[in-house]
Write a protein that binds this ligand. Structure first.
Ligand SMILES: [Zn+2]
Length: 162
């Protein structure tokens, strides 16, 4: 548990958070899927991320993460927010289709990995938007930039295959 704790605190960027997502799911559910790709796009702020069914892709809401980066300031908060969103989509990609299956699992895996009082577990329980409850999201103009792919998203996994 302490290992995940410090890894999430230190994680630099999406691919390091992603490795923690995969490792904590492996630890809690003994399931793993490799070869996923991450795209960043500016979506409506009530959308965190999505996994187009039948693809290897996850699309994360860059505009929302940018707002969290400004609002949260602390890296652990930003990383916890990204962790909860990516974990949610990863569980969809592992075949948990309904929200009723995924939401309690996100909470359970966070609790088992980080403990009851960790930021990620609290965000998983209350929903990631609880972090933004004081920000008038409806009044913010969402920038619309080009969708981008996160390079070397699964770099660490590829290393083992070579
Ligand atoms: Zn979902």
């Amino acid at each position: 548990m302490e290992e995940y704790w410090s890894r999430l605190e230190k994680a630099q960027g999406y691919s390091e958070v992603w490795e923690i997502v995969k490792d904590t799911v492996k630890n809690s559910l003994d399931e793993r899927r490799v070869g996923m790709m991450l795209f960043l796009d500016d979506l409506p702020l009530r959308v965190g991320a999505y996994h187009p069914l039948g693809t290897n892709n996850i699309v994360l809401n860059r505009a929302l993460v940018n707002i969290v980066e400004v609002a949260a300031k602390v890296k652990l908060l930003v990383n916890s927010f990204v962790y909860v969103l990516l974990l949610h989509e990863y569980l969809h990609a592992l075949g948990r289709k309904s929200e009723a299956q995924v939401r309690p699992l996100v909470h359970r895996i966070s609790r088992e990995s980080f403990g009851e009082n960790h930021t990620a577990t609290k965000l998983a329980e209350a929903g990631p938007w609880s972090l933004l409850k004081d920000i008038p999201l409806d009044l913010i103009d969402v920038p619309k930039r080009v969708m981008e792919i996160v390079k070397d998203f699964e770099k660490a996994t590829k290393r083992y295959i070579v």
